[in-house]
Write a protein that binds this ligand. Structure first.
Ligand code: MLT
Length: 325
């Protein structure tokens, strides 16, 4: 590198370091954007709006949700990765951010280093549902029908790498079949089509699945967790329904672009902690069968550890164990 260019680079870095504390002290001085990398009306959108409202009150500035949907959540993640690391752009994302590292060979960001984890938000199961008039009486009958019908079955999901897609792949693997997959920009629109009968099956997070099952707009069959979910305790687990070892639990985390000053990350984390102790947020979480991470697992460091672990897990499951479309 030319000495003059190197000196200029060092000056910029020193300036950034000098500005960071002042930036952190006055943060937040304006509206914050929280990117949801899926369509409105889906589970990520629901969780973002719920915690965003409470966090905005704590931070004294409004948090505006922006849905930047597409490519299984990677379009929104790319937008966040490129944003200024000043705390005014946050990203809520889930398992797909980690799995995407193994599913997309040409991502415009390095998943491991592009984001500053702020804190883990919620964790919960997915629910296997069908359109209202799908001809199966219970979970065991549904599994037998899905296996027999294979490609005749249309299954909706939110794009390659999304939770609903990963659940689809795990189901295909467990049953030894390939369904006809229909990709949407989020499970919000996928759920609309399930309700309208345009697709047969959807495996979606309990957050948006449970209210539709309770409202009888779709038929709920089984949950993907090891244990039954108290809000829909009549539904068996997929393990009880015959899919030995089937277990899939999702989680959301909150991120800032890498390089965001630690003081800002900590301020946002504190607001997240307040949101996750807010009785209205907790009541809604429990109504829809999801729960906050325990307090000691909500630090930026714990989130980073979980994120790194999940990147490695999906690399193994997709790469070495060959989980395939
Ligand atoms: C969504 O909000 O649409 C979901 O989180 C998508 C998914 O991962 O299935």
């Amino acid at each position: 590198m030319q000495p003059i260019i190197k000196a200029f680079g060092l000056c910029i870095a020193a300036l950034a370091l000098a500005i960071a504390p002042a930036l952190a002290q006055s943060y937040p001085a304006r509206t914050i954007t929280m990117i949801v990398p899926f369509a409105a009306g889906g589970p990520s959108d629901a969780i973002a709006r719920l915690i965003g409202e409470s966090m905005g009150k704590t931070l004294g500035q409004q948090i505006v949700v922006e849905n930047v949907a597409g490519a299984g959540g990677t379009t929104g993640a790319a937008r966040a990765a490129k944003a200024d690391p000043d705390g005014y752009t946050l990203l809520i994302h889930h398992v797909a951010l980690a799995a995407g590292a193994s599913l997309y060979p040409k991502l415009p960001y390095d998943t491991s280093t592009a984001f500053a984890p702020i804190g883990l938000v919620n964790t919960g199961p997915m629910v296997l549902m069908t359109k209202k008039d799908y001809p199966a009486a219970d979970a065991a009958a549904l599994i037998a029908k899905l296996k027999a019908d294979g490609q005749k079955v249309t299954i909706a999901h939110a794009g390659v790498g999304s939770n609903s897609h990963l659940c689809t792949l795990l189901l295909q693997q467990a049953l030894g079949v390939k369904f006809t997959q229909v990709a949407y920009r989020g499970t919000g629109p996928a759920m609309n089509d399930l309700m309208g009968g345009q697709v047969d099956v959807l495996c979606d997070q309990s957050t948006t699945g449970v209210p539709q099952i309770e409202g009888k707009t779709v038929k709920g069959f089984a949950v993907t967790s090891k244990d039954r979910l108290p809000v829909v305790k009549e539904l068996p687990t997929l393990q009880e329904a015959g899919l030995k070892d089937f277990e899939f639990t999702i989680w959301h985390g909150l991120y800032a672009p890498a390089g965001t000053p630690q003081e800002i990350v900590d301020k946002v984390n504190k607001a997240l902690q307040v949101a996750l102790a807010d009785k209205n947020v907790l009541a809604r979480f429990s109504e829809v069968g999801t729960r906050p991470f325990p307090e000691n697992e909500r630090t930026p460091a714990a989130h980073k550890a979980q994120f790194d672990k999940e990147i490695a897990t999906w690399k193994r499951v997709i790469g070495e164990e060959g989980l395939k479309n």
